[in-house]
Design a protein around this ligand. Structure first.
Ligand SMILES: Nc1nc2c(ncn2[C@@H]2O[C@H](COP(=O)(O)OP(=O)(O)OP(=O)(O)O)[C@@H](O)[C@H]2O)c(=O)[nH]1
Length: 863
């Protein structure tokens, strides 16, 4: 019966709303839904009919509204048909009918009056039109039940008015304002079996009766001066006899039915202010109040109904929101199974919020859902007390906000994580990238912009457009999240930039080191060499190069004056620094890390230059090497200066040659080299002109090296001196000595020649002796001969010794050696020591004594 039907309703379509024993039916709400009234809001009417038992009430309702109320079967005798209160609906109009148990019931007996009052009050509370069914012939007869019924109706209506007025007064005093009620009812008197008496006369009689009742009943103060018209509109309809004037009867019924259907009998003032969807709980509440004999306060009832209904409507509206957002909630909300949700939105096992994938168009979805929810609520809650509806609406909004906030937060977190991941991917540089700084600033700026755009696409832009009370928090929340992601992105970029900058710095410093390494080694090697040479080409890993006068080419090392060594190293460093700084410019600038020229200059000056200087010092230390390497360098410097001439040809000291001068020059040069290599004296572009004086060798080690240098040099000098002496002896023996040997030794020669053994020994010994003689090895050999052999040897060569001593008397004595070593004629002269050496080491005489067995040059002696 949800849609209008031409067919009359059946008995099954009616329901007993209140049972005979005063129980209210719990099925009223589904009944209203079943008959299609529940969804009509205020667009329905309620009509009740009351009157004496078996006065044709059910028959009248069925004829007027095509309902199916049970009627009395007259053939079975007159008895009560309708018990309690029954409800039905006009199939063709939104009219709810209440058929009340007849008054003056013989079956109820003493209880009848009590139930009449309850059912009448119930009907007054709900009905816009109260049909009072009367036999026409009863009009004017006071003892008929009609007047008692009228008195009951008027008294009860005043009671309702009184309760409502009190509620209004309380509300004015500060409590919640009650729902308003248009407290007016149409009393429609239907006079049955009307025959002769004109309706006007009957109506007048009834008006008088009602007026008399109104005048005599006790009224509350608020209604003392109010007239009957304030509460009731009286209307009168006469129906002919149903049996005897059936046609007229049906015509009159049809006429009255049309008045109901055309709405002329329903005025806005009659509305009870109860929406159809709340009618069932309202009616139930009203009945229970009446049944409990409590004061029926209609406004309070409606207020209570508003709470119940608005809460129910709000729950439905929220459920609607949940349904509409189920998809996004599944994607963003935490999932109990995974602990992280569909992609996660909750917190994982470690308590860290899992990151979700942003949901496209989240805010429009949430906005639409929340708006729709509120529209649903407003559409239904507006039928109820506005204060209650507003209060419940606020609660609904708060509930929607608290349901929406985590979703927006999860979306913001997901969008932020995605934006950061995108940025890191866009700015990531592999370890193998030889130039990770290339276009880094441009890439970083573009990535930052893209990441923020992605974040805004997920939240920001939509947030600006979102409106409504539920999403009102979004702009500030998104702004806060945006600030956080900006800080996060900038932090990631800062870290990335620092990493790339570190790699750039290392690369530049390495390049600087590469540029410095070979020329530096060449310069140092050249400084260790005594011979002079051409300039050295200083190559760099880049195309830049510099020319270092006196340097080496990494292989053959022309000589470098030790005093100019640091100048040349400074030149090498300056050339390398110039090339490195030139490389740093573009890498730090717009094509690289994006620094401004001023920032790049500052970075070069404050970071790169100190790093390169540090690297230069480290390289210098490496190139100079350990103490032993330094010792090798300076002894080599001596060896080269002493053993080779200016052209690099090995030197032999002919008799009379100034061996001491060569010795002193070489030793002085070696000492000077040691002094030079002990402390840096760097300057130039690499150090920005600032002298860089750094000790490379500790003073004690330096003195020790110097001492070992002198010892080694002494050995070389002694060797050279003996060679020179041997050469002079060889050249100074007169020819007759050899002739004497030939004459005096002829017998021995023959003796040897005749003896095969001696001949064989002579053949073997003669070349050895010759070689030793020529090579100057006789003297050392003599020194090694044991003392037991020496006398025999001396006896054998006595003539020669005599002659040699005579020859040696003509050799000039060496310059007295410093340190008191003049006793040894072969002791080397001692050059003046450079300042700072102290008293480390022994005297040259000691060196001489220790170097007697040296035959392998300075290096072997130094080791
Ligand atoms: N004379 C006459 N009888 C009628 C009229 N309308 C109905 N009746 C008869 O009156 C008897 C009672 O009719 P109901 O409609 O059952 O009366 P009721 O007031 O609903 O009865 P309860 O529900 O028991 O109070 C039935 O036999 C009807 O046929 C009418 O207009 N005139």
């Amino acid at each position: 019966m949800a849609t209008p039907s031409a067919a009359p309703a059946a008995v099954e379509d009616m329901m007993q709303l209140v049972t005979y024993d005063e129980q209210f039916a719990s099925q009223f709400e589904p009944y209203l839904e079943r008959v299609g009234l529940a969804s009509l809001g205020f667009d329905y009417h309620t009509v009740s009919v009351m009157g004496a038992q078996s006065s044709g009430k059910s028959t009248l309702l069925n004829l007027l509204f095509h309902t199916g109320f049970r009627e009395m079967d007259a053939t079975a005798g007159r008895s009560q048909t309708t018990q309690g209160v029954w409800a039905g609906r006009d199939p063709q109009a939104p009219i709810l009918l209440l058929d009340l148990e007849g008054t003056d019931s013989r079956e109820r007996g003493e209880e009848a009056a009590t139930f009449e009052r309850k059912s009448s009050l119930f009907a007054l509370a709900l009905s816009e039109v109260l049909v009072i069914n009367l036999w026409a012939q009863d009009v004017g007869r006071f003892n008929a039940a009609n007047l008692a019924l009228l008195r009951t109706v008027l008294e009860l209506d005043l009671q309702l008015f009184s309760a409502g007025a009190a509620s209004t007064a309380n509300a004015t005093a500060g409590s919640a304002p009650p729902a308003t009620r248009n407290h007016k009812t149409r009393l429609l008197f239907v006079l049955r079996d009307h025959a002769m008496t004109p309706l006007e006369l009957l109506a007048s009689t009834l008006r008088d009766d009602v007026a008399n009742i109104w005048a005599t009943i006790a009224k509350p103060a608020a209604a003392a001066n109010l007239s009957l018209d304030t509460f009731f509109d009286l209307d009168f309809v006469a129906l002919p006899h149903k049996v005897f004037c059936e046609t007229d009867f049906l015509a009159a019924v049809a006429n009255l039915r049309s008045r109901f259907h055309d709405g002329s009998l329903f005025l806005p003032a009659y509305r009870r202010g109860v929406a159809a969807d709340g009618l069932a709980p309202y009616a139930g509440s009203v009945w229970e109040t009446i049944r409990a004999n409590k004061e029926l306060d209609i406004p309070s009832q409606q207020h209570m109904l508003a709470h119940v209904r608005c809460e129910s409507i709000a729950a439905d509206a929220y459920a609607e929101y949940e349904t509409a957002t189920a998809d996004v909630r599944a994607k963003l909300a935490p999932s109990p199974a995974s602990g992280g949700g569909g992609g996660g939105g909750g917190k994982g096992p470690a308590g860290r919020r899992a990151v979700v994938t942003p949901v496209p168009r989240l805010l429009p979805v949430l906005g639409d859902a929340s708006d729709a929810s509120l529209v649903t609520y407003d559409g239904q809650a507006c039928r109820y007390a506005s204060d209650v509806a507003a209060s419940r609406r606020d609660e609904l909004v708060a509930k929607l906000v608290s349901a929406t906030k985590p979703l927006v937060a999860a979306q913001a977190a997901g969008a932020a994580a995605a934006a950061k991941a995108d940025l890191e991917a866009a700015t990531r540089r592999t370890k193998d990238d030889p130039a990770p700084w290339a276009k880094y600033a441009a890439d970083a700026a573009a990535a930052r912009e893209a990441a923020l755009a992605a974040f805004d696409a997920a939240l920001g832009a939509e947030a600006a457009a979102s409106a409504g009370p539920v999403l009102a928090f979004v702009p500030s929340a998104v702004a806060e999240a945006r600030e956080a992601i900006i800080a996060d992105l900038d932090g990631a970029l800062e870290a990335g930039t620092a990493d790339v900058r570190g790699r750039l710095s290392k690369s530049l410093v390495d390049a600087f080191g590469e540029r410095v390494k070979a020329p530096l080694t060449a310069v140092l090697d050249a400084a260790s060499t005594a011979s002079s040479g051409a300039s050295v080409s200083v190559s760099s890993t880049n195309s830049s190069s510099a020319s270092v006068p006196g340097g080496g080419d990494g292989g053959v090392a022309p000589a470098v004056d030790a005093t100019g060594l640091w100048t040349r190293v400074s030149d090498v460093a300056a050339a390398a620094w110039t090339a490195t700084a030139a490389d740093a410019g573009p890498a730090l600038g717009a094509d690289g890390l994006g620094l401004s020229p001023a920032e790049a200059d500052e970075a070069v000056a404050t970071t790169l230059r100190p790093d390169c200087v540090k690297r230069l010092l480290a390289d210098v230390r490496d190139a100079v090497g350990s103490v032993s390497t330094l010792e090798l360098r300076v002894t080599k410097r001596f060896d080269d200066g002493f053993r080779f001439d200016a052209r690099g040809v090995p030197r032999t000291f002919a008799p009379g040659e100034d061996i001491e001068a060569a010795y002193l020059a070489a030793l002085t040069a070696a000492e000077a080299l040691l002094t030079t290599l002990s402390v840096t004296h760097l300057t130039g572009a690499a150090t920005d002109g600032t002298p860089l004086v750094e000790p490379l060798v500790a003073p004690a080690e330096r003195a020790a090296v110097s001492e070992r240098l002198r010892r080694a040099a002494s050995a070389v000098y002694v060797e050279a001196r003996r060679s020179q002496e041997a050469a002079r002896v060889r050249t100074s023996i007169p020819w007759w000595v050899f002739l004497s040997f030939a004459i005096l030794g002829s017998n021995e020669a023959m003796w040897v020649l005749r003896n095969p053994v001696l001949l064989l020994l002579a053949v073997i010994a003669a070349p050895i002796a010759y070689v030793m003689y020529v090579g100057g090895g006789v003297a050392p050999l003599l020194a090694l001969l044991p003392a037991t052999v020496a006398p025999a040897v001396r006896a054998a060569v006595a003539p020669l010794v005599v002659h040699l001593r005579a020859a040696l008397d003509n050799v000039a004595p060496p310059a007295p050696a410093a340190g008191g070593a003049a006793a040894d004629p072969l002791a080397p002269p001692s050059p003046p020591r450079p300042a700072g050496y102290g008293a480390v080491g022994g005297a040259p005489s000691e060196v001489t004594a220790a170097s007697g067995s040296s035959t392998n040059g300075v290096a072997a002696a130094a080791m």
